[in-house]
Design a protein. Sequence first.
Length: 329
Amino acid sequence: MELRLPMPAPPSPRLLDQLRGELRIRHYSLRTEEAYSDWVRRYILFHGKRHPKDLGPVEVGAFLSHLAVDRKVSSSTQNQAKAALLFLYKHVLGVDLPWLAEVVQAKERRRLPVVLSPGEVRTLLDQMDGTMGLAAALLYGTGLRLLEGLRLRVKDLDFDRLEVVVRSGKGDKDRVTMLPERLVEPLRAHLERVRGLHQKDLAEGFGEVFLPDALAVKYRDAARQWGWQWVFPSAVRTVDPRSGVTRRHHLYPESVQRAVREASRRAELAKPVTPHVLRHSFATHLLTTGHDIRTVQELLGHKDVATTMIYTHVLNRGGRGVASPLDGL
């Protein structure tokens, strides 16, 4: 009689793999997945590579206090680290940590946004051309965040109504903003080139774009349809790290950031310029030309009007708009 030995139990997945699995089940973005994994890795190294299951609220508090006191990180950075650790303990290790009131919180500093004048925006955009120049002009002309602009699909541009539909913006909210008339023809010409690239991909057996899981199941053919393609696709095809499917992703944010930074250097602008500065400039210039703050709030997608109010501090109005007594001498 043949003796059958019991099959060895499969090895349990590594902690970071478990973390990624729980994040994917809950449809967290790839950027969040990478950020949370990095914070958990730093937390483990901070405590001498001890397993988090052997640590608790005291060790979490020590790590977060270290970030605030020793590393002097911003409050938003510390909050992201805290969110990563709370997710780890609650959803991966099954430990619901109480509110860590004793944790030293990084001080939240209120900073005025960097805003370019209309002349500086013109000078900056004059130093850019091609796809990067079009992307930068769209960010300024619509007030979109960088990733909101890069994640636009062809169907999100309405040339007849001069509207841009922002899907799943910050806070997973949709909104509508304007499409500048000046960009209609450049965008049409750009999309013709993108359509040619898409048709080439289809001919070579590719052409499938990323879709959220629910949409990919409900509309199985949508991933290859023209309307779902990125407005700003990457020049190369890459392998999706989650599914292993070869696709054409949208432009990398770092590429646009680098292009704006180099254009700012060529324009010899003294202010630090990033793509987000174009969003700040969009909001401030609208307020300067007399548009009400509620309209600007809606266009920007701010949850609270108090967030939009920060732009009133950089306007030359009210008490800060009075003439200096020195000018009266």
